[in-house]
Design a protein around this ligand. Structure first.
Ligand SMILES: [Zn+2]
Length: 238
């Protein structure tokens, strides 16, 4: 009986591990902790759209004890006129050179679910700089800046031999598995707005806006951001 129970546990743990491993497409081995000299304080994300509806229960979904409760903003524009949470502190801002678009490879989710999954991988949190929701587990088209963006930390989303993409490219993850579905119109509108903002702020040309699988010298075989996501069409609209 004990033996049977033990084998059931092993199967359960095994299945749980598989589930965790397939949440998000970030590259585990690419993660390089880099804490010194980087602002690590968490900031709030407030979304950007005038149609954004704060969820009062949202903060309870965060697994991180250090994540501060969400406080609705009266305005979704910062004092500089840019969408709230998109402009990092000038003292920590990096010179970003490229943008990498990902899909989460999950049907639903949000920043907190990816953060939890990536922590289960032994990382210090979500590997991307931004997460864009699809209406399942998050608001459709909602942009969540992560602690990596607000703290201007090295990413953990695209492995290359030199780690250049994690060091120099902004990682944006759309919730969805675009091998068997398509991004929503609201997600694409949000992605377009976010990418255009970053291109202008950092002088990034459209040719440096990559899908994960297009990143020069990327080390991991991947379909990301999915077979149904046309990067060439997306770039043409930038
Ligand atoms: Zn990816």
């Amino acid at each position: 009986m004990l033996k049977k129970f033990a084998s059931r546990c092993i199967v359960s743990v095994g299945l749980a591990s598989v589930a965790v491993l397939f949440v998000g497409c970030a590259d585990e081995e690419s993660y390089t902790p880099q804490i010194s000299g980087v602002v690590s304080e968490l900031h709030h994300s407030s979304g950007y759209s005038s149609t954004y509806k704060p969820k009062t229960s949202y903060s309870s979904t965060y697994s991180s004890s250090s994540y501060k409760p969400y406080k609705p903003q009266s305005s979704y524009q910062s004092s500089s006129g840019s969408p709230y949470g998109w402009v990092p502190s000038r003292t920590s801002e990096r010179r970003w050179k490229a943008i990498v678009v990902h899909n989460s490879a999950t049907a639903s989710g949000n920043m907190a679910t990816i953060d939890s999954a990536h922590k289960n991988n032994g990382w210090d949190g979500v590997g991307y700089d931004f997460v864009i929701g699809n209406g399942s587990g998050s608001s459709n088209g909602q942009i969540e800046p992560t602690f990596r963006w607000t703290g201007q930390k090295t990413g953990a989303h695209c492995k290359t031999p030199s780690n250049w993409a994690n060091e120099s490219a902004i990682g944006i993850c759309l919730i969805g598995n675009f091998n068997n579905s398509r991004p929503t119109a609201a997600q694409m509108a949000a992605l377009n707005k976010l990418v255009k903002f970053m291109m202008k702020r950092y002088g990034i040309p459209a040719s440096k806006v990559y899908g994960h699988k297009e990143v020069p010298s990327h080390s991991t075989a991947t379909d990301c951001p999915g077979r149904n996501f046309s990067m060439s069409s997306f770039r043409a609209g930038l």
